[in-house]
Design a protein around this ligand. Structure first.
Ligand code: ATP
Length: 236
């Protein structure tokens, strides 16, 4: 499998030294779904922002191998108050330079998948939290990217929307796209991620498959939550 993304961060963050993330390195391959896991404030969003080049302090390297195209879906939905859902999609399509045929095909498929067809001419700024999250996913996945970087996608999604999103991830991965996803949903991450990057207090605690993590923790049958708790207990 071809490498899509290589990350080696020595130190990155904001101007406030104490919130910096340190010594984070991992990579993402074609078809891989990597889960970025850790408690509140562990540095997951900061790591994502470092990858996207959005931080004032960044000592390290982020390589998008072979000019790979990426899409980013942020944690907080952001909408223009006066634009409808459809107008948001048209705007994204023009920003991404997506041609009309691909735009029509992908937008219809995504709106159908997330059951948003009936509200395409409404204002997302007035939608519920879960519907807003679905709109963010539709906008982000409009681009046929090589890499999707998704910051906590499950917040506010109902079980059916979670299932729909997981179907979408599977479809994109099966054509070779890689996904880096930060989440607190450990039970879901355990089922769907093929690699886990565990962070705490701005540092990488462990990375690997669930089986590798279980082995290291000495918890052969343990859930990701059990391993996570054990590693955090053991970390200095
Ligand atoms: N804009 C900012 N300016 C300064 N410090 C920030 C900023 N955003 C986050 N931080 C700090 O960086 C640290 C890591 O925060 P980050 O948002 O990366 O954590 P997280 O793992 O994504 O947490 P959560 O699960 O709560 O979303 C925290 O101490 C936080 O206070």
């Amino acid at each position: 499998m071809e490498q899509l993304l290589e990350i080696q961060i020595k130190r990155a963050g904001y101007t406030d030294e104490k919130n910096a993330i340190r010594d984070i390195s991992f990579s993402l391959k074609e078809g891989e779904l990597a889960g970025l896991i850790g408690p509140n404030g562990a540095g997951k969003s900061t790591t994502i922002k470092a990858i996207l080049g959005l931080l004032p302090v960044m000592d390290g390297s982020v390589i998008f191998c072979g000019n790979k195209r990426y899409a980013y879906i942020p944690e907080q939905p952001v909408f223009y108050n006066d634009l409808t859902l459809w107008e948001h999609l048209e705007l994204a399509a023009s920003a991404y330079n997506i041609n009309q045929v691909v735009f029509q095909e992908r937008s219809s498929r995504l709106l159908r998948l997330f059951r948003l067809d009936g509200v395409r001419h409404y204002l997302p700024a007035t939608f519920s939290k879960g519907m807003q999250q679905k709109v963010m996913l539709v906008i982000g996945f409009l681009l046929k990217a090589d890499i999707y970087i998704v910051d906590e996608p499950f917040m506010g999604l109902d079980p059916r929307a979670i299932r729909d999103f997981l179907i979408l991830l599977q479809q994109e991965r099966s054509r070779g796209a890689g996904v880096l996803m930060s989440t607190h949903a450990l039970d879901t991450a355990e089922k769907v991620c093929n690699s886990i990057i565990l962070m705490s207090e701005g540092r990488l605690i462990m990375k690997g498959s669930l089986d590798e993590i279980r082995k290291t923790c000495g918890l052969r049958e343990g859930s990701l939550l059990d391993c996570f708790n054990k590693l955090l207990e053991d970390s200095p």
